[in-house]
Design a protein around this ligand. Structure first.
Ligand code: FES
Length: 193
């Protein structure tokens, strides 16, 4: 699906003028595109490249560096389980296994997750979420939850909010960033937007 004219206008009229070079607006443009499309296709890389005078390969290379950019479709609920040492020793892999079992992704658990057939959930591992004191820590659509122990998984899927460990930050109108409803700030931490 092509980018909307609204996103193109946002990039050209709002983002590009903020920077000394068009290339510097690339991450902002990728966010705006992903917020609209849900993920970034090769067609989108071409379109962003045209707006910023970049080769689509360059655009793809930058997108591939950041795990928050999705280069394939993901579920409406993106569940990320930290598997760095503090979470690992607190059974993060078992939490992943239970999540996959519960969501019908059994065969994907050993490979670090997957996406449900109905497109509702994607489960995958993530690097340290900076919530190590809440190990095993989990993110859902960039919001923080924890600890989500293996035995908590059933309750967690039924009522995620009861595991929330953050104070949501209201979205800034007109500013690109994580998808609507997402606020990536663990309790007590302030993250630059
Ligand atoms: S190691 Fe899991 S949040 Fe830091």
């Amino acid at each position: 699906m092509p980018l909307s004219q609204a996103v193109k206008d946002l990039v050209v009229n709002e983002y590009i003028p903020r920077y000394p070079t068009k290339r510097a607006a690339l991450v902002m443009a990728l966010w705006a595109a992903q917020n609209e499309q849900g993920w970034l296709s090769s067609e989108t890389f071409e379109e962003i490249g045209e707006l910023l005078d970049l080769d689509a390969t360059d655009v793809n290379a930058v997108a591939s560096f950041y795990t928050m950019f999705h280069r394939r479709p993901i579920g409406r609920q993106l569940i990320e389980v930290c598997d760095n040492p503090p979470c690992l020793v607190n059974n993060a892999h078992e939490t992943m296994q239970r999540l996959c079992d519960r969501l019908g992704l059994e065969s994907a658990a050993g490979h670090g997750g997957g996406t449900t057939a109905d497109g509702e959930y994607t489960v995958r591992f993530a690097e340290c979420l900076a919530a190590c004191d809440m190990a095993p820590a989990v993110q859902v659509n960039y919001r923080y939850y924890g600890p989500v122990r293996p035995d908590d998984v059933e309750r967690f899927l039924a009522n995620m909010e009861s595991f929330s460990i953050e104070t949501p930050i209201p979205p800034v109108p007109g500013q690109s960033g994580p998808p609507a409803g997402a606020a990536a700030t663990p309790a007590g931490m302030v993250k630059e937007g």
